[in-house]
Ligand binder design. Structure first.
Ligand SMILES: [Zn+2]
Length: 328
């Protein structure tokens, strides 16, 4: 995809900021490296003005926009990098993937009252999906989200969200305020085109659950009563700094599960282009609601895999099942 006009304006602004900083530095010490960088920034600004910015110097193809955001001076598309440069990039990606894997919660996470299992799988090396569990006092906080875009840029935003909630949860803010604060901080630290859909929830030892939904597919409350979508009409976080969020409360009984997923699950496609869909997921959950959380996660994944029957996975996938299973 070619670079969008709004992105181009943003990149131009970024280049201008860099130019100013370089000029300030050059005024103090004129090193060859600083002068060379300044020259490169000026060339990039010329390319913006001539409409050739983001065009690969070698093949005239498109330089990947996320790479321009990471390095606005990039002039070659991925395919045109030399083997050394490609290897360096691959190593960066591997490292990013390792860092990201380190941010995930324990694979099977349990408290005195909740048994949680999840699945998290990037479409490429790194994922823009967000998935975390944090215990604070007697409360279990759970987060599942999906950051706009893909690849490293999305993964960086994902780690931003991860850090935000890890810092904010211990403050003990009420859930709605917690999300509002996170939204504001996220807004201030991202580009205007970036946002995230997000579920943030808090569960206590008695089966009481509070959920805040920022534009994410509705989670399911699954149990002997059937399957109910927990609907809430809100917009993603990162769009409006002063946005208000409202939460929904529900009561679960032992054996009930909450199932949260990203659209990489529901939008999985079969070879003929049909979509798996949230209705199929709901149906499956209804039929398997008595399964323990790990088995339920595996069952859902198997079903999605069968549905795809070999067609490629296009999007990052995350699925979390929280089962109310009090020991006492
Ligand atoms: Zn190229």
């Amino acid at each position: 995809m070619a670079i969008q006009v709004t992105d181009l304006h943003m990149l131009r602004d970024q280049l201008m900021v860099r130019r100013q900083k370089l000029e300030n530095a050059v005024a103090k010490t004129q090193t060859a490296n600083l002068l060379h960088l300044l020259e490169q920034v000026d060339h990039a600004l010329e390319r913006v003005d001539h409409g050739s910015y983001g065009v690969c110097e070698h093949c005239a193809g498109t330089v990947e926009p996320e790479r321009l955001f990471a390095d606005p001076l990039t002039q070659l598309c991925l395919d045109c990098l030399n083997p050394t440069e490609q290897r360096a990039l691959e190593q960066d990606l591997l490292l990013a993937a390792r860092i990201q894997a380190g941010l995930l919660p324990k694979r099977d996470f349990s408290t005195a009252a909740w048994k949680v299992a999840y699945h998290y799988e990037p479409a490429g090396q790194v994922s823009g999906d967000y998935c975390d569990l944090v215990q604070h006092g007697k409360d279990l906080y759970f987060m599942v989200g999906d950051v706009s875009g893909k690849g490293v840029a999305a993964a960086m935003l994902m780690s931003n969200l991860h850090a935000l909630f890890r810092v904010l949860i211990p403050t003990g803010l009420p859930l709605e305020q917690l999300v509002e604060r996170a939204n504001r901080l996220f807004c201030e630290s991202t580009l205007p085109t970036q946002y995230a859909t997000l579920i943030v929830g808090r569960a206590d030892d008695f089966g009481n659950v509070e959920i805040c939904n920022g534009g994410h597919p509705a989670p399911f409350h699954v149990g002997g009563h059937g399957v109910a979508a927990i609907e809430a009409a809100t917009v993603p976080i990162g769009l409006f700094c002063d946005q208000k969020f409202t939460s929904t409360t529900l009561r679960t009984t032992p054996g009930d599960s909450l199932v949260i997923y990203t659209d990489g699950i529901s939008e999985s496609e079969s070879p003929d282009g049909a979509e798996f869909g949230s209705a199929s997921l709901a149906k499956l959950l209804g039929a398997c609601h008595q399964m323990p959380s790990r088995e339920l996660v595996d069952k859902c994944l198997q079903e999605v895999l069968n549905f795809r029957s070999g067609s490629p996975r296009l999007d990052d996938q995350a699925l979390m099942v929280l089962q109310f299973a009090p020991t006492a």
